[in-house]
Design a protein around this ligand. Structure first.
Ligand code: SF4
Length: 309
């Protein structure tokens, strides 16, 4: 069968099952283009967490990585949260298991714990507050303690530290996102030479040298807003390449160039239309967070939503 026709028929089937089951598809900005195009809502992790709380759908098909789907499950105890490919596991979240955080808390008993949403639910349950790249600076400022344990991304910790007089201790010391950490300053300098008029917009998971060279640093949701709202019409984009699809779709009159074409998160690309269709039909794999973790993790996430209103 003609590929185009096959694709259209598959999309129609998925749309029909979604209607029959009162399901919604939420997709992160780094998802494949065809997955973004099928979703009711595309956004960054903070936007997705808020959307997951607002929806009246019975089933949430969550096209993102494990910690995002877990966050949606924690915030929606009465709903079925399904992740089309269970293998979509964020390598950065894995860098901060519960034991590592407990050990850091023992060393710094007076510090409060602020964790990036990119963490396992078991670690969130030990946090005083969660943050995302969109609100990290705001949350750090709103905390009571003058010393904060902050994890797992040392680059986001650097970004937060630049805007506060509080002491931020990264935990683990060397946590990072492999897709962003590989975006090198040399890539950025070369890209700027090729497009000297372009504004540089990067994500705070990038290394400090790249952040310091950029015109703007923001979450993917923030990057979208900046590129659409400022008058410039050319941009160098320093984040996972999936964001380019949304930028080109929503601001077709502007030009966007990736700083690094190899900044690809393989885990984010695991969800496909085939897997979404099967997940919708079978209503699995369901994301289930153990009861004892849900309540503690929820209060840290809700504190973030409250503080970043
Ligand atoms: S882009 Fe980085 S932080 Fe985001 S899911 Fe992939 S590995 Fe994790």
């Amino acid at each position: 069968m003609d590929m185009r026709k096959e694709h259209v028929e598959q999309v129609e089937r998925i749309e029909r099952i979604k209607r029959e089951k009162n399901a919604i598809i939420l997709a992160h900005n780094y998802q494949r283009a065809e997955v973004q195009d099928l979703a009711e809502f595309v956004g960054d992790s903070l936007e997705l967490a808020r959307k997951a709380m607002d929806t009246t759908s019975d089933i949430i098909i969550f096209c993102g990585v494990d910690f995002m789907a877990e966050t949606a499950a924690v915030l929606n105890p009465g709903k079925k949260v399904i992740i089309p490919d269970r293998g979509a596991i964020c390598p950065m979240a894995q860098q901060l298991p519960r034991e590592v955080l407990l050990a850091a808390k023992r060393v710094h008993p007076d510090a409060e714990v602020v964790l990036y949403v990119n963490t396992l639910a078991e670690s969130k349950a030990l946090a005083d507050c969660i943050c995302t790249s969109a609100n990290a600076r705001e949350i750090v400022d709103a905390m009571d303690a003058s010393t904060l344990l902050f994890g797992p991304d040392r680059n986001l910790a650097y970004y937060a530290q630049k805007a506060t007089s509080k002491k931020i201790i990264p935990v683990p010391e060397l946590g990072l996102c492999p897709s962003h950490h590989q975006i090198a300053l040399e890539d950025l300098i070369k890209a700027k030479e090729a497009h000297p008029g372009a504004k540089i917009v990067v994500h705070p998971e990038c290394i400090p040298e790249v952040q310091d060279y950029a015109d703007y640093i923001a979450s993917t949701g923030g990057m979208m807003r900046i590129c659409k709202e400022v008058e410039d019409d050319e941009f160098l984009i320093g984040t996972e390449v999936g964001l380019l699809h949304r930028l080109e779709k929503e601001a077709p009159e502007k030009k966007f160039y990736p700083v690094s074409t190899t900044a690809v998160c393989p885990q984010m690309k695991m969800h496909t239309l085939e897997k979404i269709e099967v997940a919708l039909e079978k209503e699995k794999p369901e994301v289930v967070v153990p009861h004892e973790i849900v309540d503690k993790a929820r209060s840290a996430i809700e504190r973030m939503l409250e503080l970043s209103k």
